[in-house]
Design a protein around this ligand. Sequence first.
Ligand SMILES: Cc1cc2nc3c(=O)[nH]c(=O)nc-3n(C[C@H](O)[C@H](O)[C@H](O)COP(=O)(O)O)c2cc1C
Length: 234
Amino acid sequence: MTHILQLDASARPGLAGIDEHGSLSRRLTQRFVSGWQARQPGATVTHRDVGGTPPSFIDQRWIQAAFTPPERREPWMAEVLAESDRLIDELTAADVVVIGAPLYNFGMPAALKAWVDLVVRMGRTVDFDPSRPDDPFTPLLADRPRHAIILSSRGGAGFEPGGALAHMNHLEPGLATALEFIGITRIHRVSIEHQEEGGERLAASLAAAERRVDGLIAQLSELYQASREATVPA
Ligand SMILES: Cc1cc2nc3c(=O)[nH]c(=O)nc-3n(C[C@H](O)[C@H](O)[C@H](O)COP(=O)(O)O)c2cc1C
C-alpha cells in the first residue's frame, strides 16, 4: 500500500470554505489525501504541519554536525541532527509527497525552506564524491519512483509557467530543484490564483485546481496499482 507524506506550509491553520480565514493550499492537500484514501483504503498518511509548527533553522552547530562523517561524530552532534533525521525518515518512507505551499513574497514560506534545509543532507539524501568533479552528486532518494505534488495558492495571477509573472515565481521552481537534487524527479504542480481578488475568478481557479487534483489522484493511483500488480508474482 502507498504511504503519503502530507506537508502543509500555510501559516493559516483552517480550511478555506469551512473555517474563517482558512487556507486554500490546505484545502487542496486535504482533498488530495482524502481522495487518495477513498481510492486506496489501506493507504497510510503522515502529516507534517510545518506552517503550524515550523522546523528549526539550521545553524553553525548543525552544519558542523552534518558535515562530520558519522563515525567521527560526537554525542552532541546526534542531538543536533535528530530533527533532521526524523524529517528525512518521514520523507524516505513516503511514496507520494503532497506539499501545500502558499506563495509568500515570490517564494516558498520560510517554514518550508527550513524543512528543505533539514532534508537536503549529505550522506542521507544526497551523496558527494569529490573524485568525480564532473558529476559529484548522487541523489539517494532515486531508489524508488516517488512523486511530489506541489499544491499552491497565490493572491495574484499570472505566476503559472508561461504567465506574465512567471519569472517572479520562485516557489515551484525552487522547491522542484531541491527535490530533484535528492532524487524526487516526478513533480506535479497545481495552483489556485486570484485569492486577493476573490469572487468569480477565485471560484473558477479553485474549481479548476480541484479538478486537476482529482485527475492526479486517478492518474497516480492507477500508476501505483499497475506497478504493484507488476511486482506481485503470478
Ligand atoms: C506574507 C505573505 C506574502 C504573500 N506574498 C504573495 C506574493 O508574493 N504573490 C502573491 O500572488 N500572493 C502573495 N500572498 C498571498 C498568498 O499567496 C495567498 O493569500 C494564498 O492564498 C495563501 O495561501 P493559503 O490560502 O494556503 O494560506 C502573500 C500572502 C502572505 C501572507
